[in-house]
Design a protein around this ligand. Sequence first.
Ligand code: GLC
Length: 727
Amino acid sequence: MIYNKKYQKIFILISIFNLTVTNLNAQKKTTGISADTKIEILIKKMTLEEKVYMIHANSSFTSGGVKRLGIPELVTSDGPHGVRPEFGRDWELDNNLLDSGTYLPTGICLAATWNPKLGYAFGSVLGSEAKYRGKDVILGPGINIIRSPLNGRNFEYQSEDPLLISKMVVGYIKGVQNQDVSACVKHFVANNQETKRTSIDVHMSDRAFREIYLPGFKAAVQQGGVNAVMGSYNKFRGQWASENNYLLTQILKKEWGFKGLVMSDWDAVHNSLQALLSGLDLEMGTDLHMLPNPDYNKFFMADTALSLVKQGVITEGIINEKIRRKLYIMFKTNMIDGKRLKGEYNTTAHQKIALKVASEGIVLLKNRDNILPILKNKINKIAVIGYNADREQSMGGGSSQVRAFYEITPLQGIKNIAVNTIVSYAQGYDIKRNATANAELIKSAVNLASNSDLVIFIGGSTHGYDYSVWSDNAYDAEDTDKPDMNLPFGQDVLINALLKVNPKLVVVLMGGGALDMNGWLDKTPAVLQSWYPGMEGGNALAQIIFGEVNPSGKLPVTFPKKLEDHPSQKLGEYPGNLDNLTVHYYDDIYVGYRYYDTYNVQPQFAFGHGLSYTTFDYSNLKLLQSGNKVTFSFTIKNTGNRTGGDVAQIYVKPIASLLPRPEKELKDFKKIFLKPGQSKKVTFMLDKNAFMYYNDIINSWVLDKSNYEILIGSSSRDIKLTGKIEL
Ligand code: GLC
């Protein structure tokens, strides 16, 4: 058709107008369509091959998308306290990439802050940095119960107590996911040891399962709204956890209403049909044992899944449900629709949060005669001694490793603060497993100590497995448990030699948990537990030692006097029967302080213990009960001469119960900061859930009619106020 020029212009204008209107309507229609509907539309458009391509890995840390439908790959990365260095698509750690990022304190240090707000801040940093690095899922938090002090990954986890885990994990997850990144809580469930972690079969009672090992995950799902869950390597009651219908479908999805994605741990899938029918949605890492030339079609949920559907052994609906969940988290993090937040990397704001978490997570265990804080202008010569004083830890631990943008070691932190003091360093010991202390190193350390006003010893266990030096020095690392609770590398001998020439000794222990201090604790005036405190850890430690920060950390795990006292040893089993590869949790619900307090075993340092440079007074408890709910308040006063923080811990103690119960259990807590002389009225409410326990004879949560004590303490063993109620 020929138009004259004038009409042609009008025609073009009308067509543009129509197009815009159609587009707007279409947009209005698509923006008006719910994500759930969009997911169903996409599923309908996908071929079976495309669906199967999405439910297994297609590289070391990614799984397939459907380009033609605008569905991207799902990109995951470790880890729980920083974004892992780039491994590319086939497990090659690329040491030339400038991917160094924020190295946050590890999980147990975060938990030691007892500050849920910091959990959120921590998660925000992690999510923002993951986003910046192009990751859609960060593989953390790790929240397995710290059941044995020997577990190699305790550093990465949080606590022996499910309530403390639950409070800390919710903030962490929300922090991550508010950055348009999915958190992936792990390892579901009962991965509480690294010894034979990929083959051990864990057995426990339903009481232990429901009261101790599940609650943290339940909080992550129901309160934290976590997008992803990672199944663990081990078996649970005879069935691999990452293909376990009871865990993944019955509990996680049906009982808890989990709508997100369940992925396996890497190389944790063993059987196609079992995995497909168990509720596992995404198979990762099976290529690990196919390296160096992995064929991703050989994954259990790849070609075999395709043929199982084609043969009619399983329905396509089973595959659709997995796709539905994967698309659900993609829409929820704006991967397919909408604008995603950009993410930031190595910002000073992130580094400040790393410092804050370390400052509130380091625990002052002992401070005889208030030797701490050190008045820096009163000290001329300081000896800093110990391998850990000058060691960067960030690349240690295994999959949770981080290439830190920088790492302030304890020695550097002390030098940063004590600028007018002579700070000298001696290594003191070498890191060879089971080494006797090296005579030369001891001699130079003792010599330095004898010529110093103060000695700061920085020891503990050393974050091994940093891919450069592995095996002989690996403590606090994945895939390996500690051999015992002894200070490794002959440190006991060294500490005693130092004490002999200079009793003004401060011991700082790094590591993932309790170590045996019997050889020197009584003679040592001050002890600090600094965990692996991240890139700003040296500054945080020094600020505490020299009093710029008042320590407010509290132990998230009990420190036993000796390994034999520990319930996993005393009641067993740990590490279980390594012939038939089973471990029975005969310690049952008596994990950590639940054991020490019920069996009257004196710990070295109690759960919830942590000193301050000031003092606090608790008074004026008032209880108001209505039915099965109790509201109570009390006053905390800072009776010292400097600002400080304390954690008011609320324990419930049943006076009588139908089934045996722990002497006390943590049911709430609040961290309160007060200026000198300041008082604050603190209020709590406990409903009936705080008094119930799981009766595994009738398989339900029950509330016994009984008297209960409400214990208010600044540790599980330092009870300040007690109230009584009858339910
Ligand atoms: C590891 C760990 C898991 C990690 C995964 C990917 O074996 O158990 O925590 O996220 O593999 O590296």
